[in-house]
Design a protein around this ligand. Structure first.
Ligand SMILES: Cc1ncc(COP(=O)(O)O)c(C=O)c1O
Length: 393
């Protein structure tokens, strides 16, 4: 059996995969099993922060693999403590809980919010407000937080206590808060899976003010927007707000599974022994990978991320078949006449890997993608979007 046949036979059919078997990559270039070259603008959905098998990252994780590959959380180890210190010092958060994925990072945030509200306001105060069109993960509780019905059906009943309001609808939000018993408001500052939709600053300010005034916890889900992706270490920094809890995963460990829930002043001591845990959380190899990534997330890198954002926007502006570019840094959604899915499929054939989000083409390239490769890929995107828009008209 070839890889397609074997995968089809033995792997659960949860993913609609592109018809390509990737074999080997370096930086922003990856090759399939037949040796065809692709420029990668997807980074495994914002995971490979510095591309495939980045040398510095690979050296750090291989070194750790040869030293101490895993230990239970019953013992201390350096990479966990060092990484938590780095994250806290760079953000002002006070404590970190490590897990293995975005959904788990969000589960931890939800548990922290429920415990905080129960202790401060009583056991009935457990509601969490999220936004329509959001995406917070695939567990039963993070699905409940996800404000998109299409993910819910067939899996009900979901965890109770979640209600979503339309992004930008301040009145609906205020009305819900006035009904009482709200423990937290949970948002993505740029809705990634929802189509790369940034929230308006005024709406985010309103949420931050409500949370402060009512002692409601503000949780920012930075699973996709975090770790330099938007041209700041975390996207909340672009908005000038200070959430109580920030969750992240994806690009944090540059290609290894690691989730982090960062806890601010109000909740730094919310968890006691036995309240939460994870066998694989804070795995030493994943933590070393994350340390090597964070060391390179510097101000000058953020500047270059913003320059590359400008390059993309300038290059695509006014191009045939392209209607607009949304998002921030290197998390961009491109509105195209032909639809994102058709474009992504055609790009694959021409050697460019890109993603979709709703009907947009989604670009999440490595933060260090060389300019010449980016330009080469943009030329192919423009050429293909123009061809497809002609076919359509
Ligand atoms: C904003 C956001 N939150 C949570 C998740 C879930 O992360 P994971 O797939 O690592 O569980 C994702 C994944 O796409 C995401 O984009």
């Amino acid at each position: 059996m070839n890889v397609f046949e074997k995968d089809n036979e033995y792997v659960a059919h949860t993913y609609k995969r592109f018809p390509v078997v990737l074999e080997e990559g370096s930086g922003s270039v990856v090759y399939d099993e037949k040796g065809k070259r692709y420029i990668d603008l997807g980074t495994g959905i914002a995971v490979n922060t510095f591309g495939y098998s980045d040398k510095e990252w690979a050296a750090a994780v291989s070194d750790q693999a040869m030293k101490l590959s895993h230990t239970s959380n019953l013992y201390y180890h350096g990479p966990c403590a060092d990484l938590a210190e780095m994250l806290c010092k760079r953000t002002g958060f006070k404590k970190v809980f490590f897990s293995n994925s975005g959904a788990e990072a969000n589960e931890c945030a939800i548990k922290a919010a429920r415990k905080y509200a129960a202790e401060k306001k009583g056991p009935d105060c457990f509601k969490i407000i999220t936004l329509e069109n959001s995406f917070h993960g695939r567990t039963i509780t993070t699905l409940a937080a996800t404000g998109q019905e299409k993910f819910h059906k067939l899996f009900t009943p979901l965890t109770e206590g979640f209600t979503s309001v339309k992004a930008g609808d301040g009145k609906a939000l205020t009305d819900l808060v006035e009904q009482g018993d709200v423990a937290a408001i949970m948002i993505e500052l740029i809705q990634g899976e929802g189509g790369v939709m940034p929230l308006d600053k005024s709406f985010v300010d309103l949420i931050a003010n409500i949370c402060r005034e009512k002692d409601i916890l503000l949780i920012c889900d930075e699973v996709q927007t975090g770790n330099g992706r938007t041209g700041a270490l975390y996207c909340y920094m672009n908005y000038g707000i200070k959430p109580d809890i920030v969750t992240t995963a994806k690009g944090l460990a540059g290609g290894l599974p690691l989730g982090a829930t960062m806890l601010g002043d109000k909740v730094e001591d919310i968890f006691g022994y036995g309240d939460h845990g994870s066998t694989f959380g804070a795995n030493p190899i994943a933590c070393r990978g994350a340390i090597s990534i964070l060391e390179r997330l510097t101000d000058s890198l953020f500047e270059s991320v913003k320059e590359k954002e400008k390059l993309i926007r300038d290059s695509l502006k006014g191009a045939k078949g392209i209607k607009g570019v949304y998002g921030a840094g290197l998390m961009l959604g491109v509105d195209v006449e032909c639809g994102g899915a058709a474009l992504a499929g055609n790009l694959l054939e021409k050697g460019v890997l890109a993603l979709t989000a709703k009907d947009r083409l989604r670009l999440l390239p490595a933060l260090n993608i060389p300019e010449d490769l980016l330009k080469e890929a943009l030329d192919i995107i423009k050429e293909t979007a123009a061809e497809l828009s002609e076919v359509k008209s």
